[in-house]
Design a protein around this ligand. Sequence first.
Ligand code: NAD
Length: 339
Amino acid sequence: VGEAIVPSESLREEYDALADEVRHHRALYYNQDAPEISDAEYDALYRRLEEFEALHPELIANDSPTQEVGGEVTAAFAPVEHLARMYSLEDVFSLDELEAWVRRAEASVAAAGFPAAAWLTELKIDGLAVNLLYRNGELVRAATRGDGRTGEDVTHNVLTIKDIPTRLEGEGHPEEVEIRGEVYIPTKAFNEFNEALIAEGKAPLANPRNAAAGSLRQKDPAETAKRPLSMFVHGIGARAGLSTASQSETYDLLKAWGLPTSPYYEVLDTYEEVLAFIERFGEKRHSLIHEIDGIVVKVDDFATQRALGHTSRVPRWAVAFKYPPEEVHTQLLDIQVNV
Ligand code: NAD
């Protein structure tokens, strides 16, 4: 019987300080929509925490930011329990890491006895996640992701977003279905909105992501209604009675129901095709209708998704490739220069 490893006091202090720093920035980002550091800096800090935990697994706390979905439910909104959990995404920051991830996933798929996966490859929209609950085709509730189990009730604000239908088109809607997507501000609308603010002598909004999050989390829906919010669906939660077998097939159905699906996703058979997608969108990432911070690669088939499962924080059937940070927010700089 091995002796329990007792971490030194200073190591634990170092670990706690690092975890607290991540928590601090997470709270600013999710709860106040007002980050103090860039996403790239945050990602580097988070990576340091992950690496620290890999070296000292005995220190990992249950409430470590690596063990849970970031985001809380603030007192400003009523709490809403999601019917099915909402997860975050595992990030990779280089093509080498991505390829390693894909090869591991391919091996897991084969080991589980499933045919080779097709990869639903889509843009990682830089906005915030919402969970829409439709009962018999009627939008009855909308919530932020929160900690993944419980989100914030933003129904009244979501009702002001034109992209989101209050009643689904067509027929045969399930009794209860959770549609997940990203609320964002299109780049063009963001620039126009900021120009109008500047013309009125007001401070412009910092960037589309925080503006989208701040706009959706307004206490007064009339304020949300003034912001140019849009949405694209990228997932599905509770889905009893839904007979689709894959994510892409579900997108087709959601589109037929009048929900906004992205024009950019593709279902690809090989890692090489995924790579080509990443390169293509890397070149045109600043000329798309919304900002992106990466590409999401998902196993398309639902049965294979279920076989791979998830950790306490992320699905094992999806990964987010993050583009290198040097291209971030030149727009913001331009606007500040013009003020
Ligand atoms: P994440 O944003 O990396 O990934 C999960 C989220 O991606 C999902 O919840 C969903 O909302 C979104 N998403 C966008 N497009 C998607 C698609 N096509 N399919 C599925 N999901 C899609 O993870 P996270 O845990 O929400 O947060 C980490 C992100 O937030 C990082 O980008 C990080 O840099 C940033 N962050 C920044 C700070 C800061 O201080 N600057 C602090 C905390 C977090």
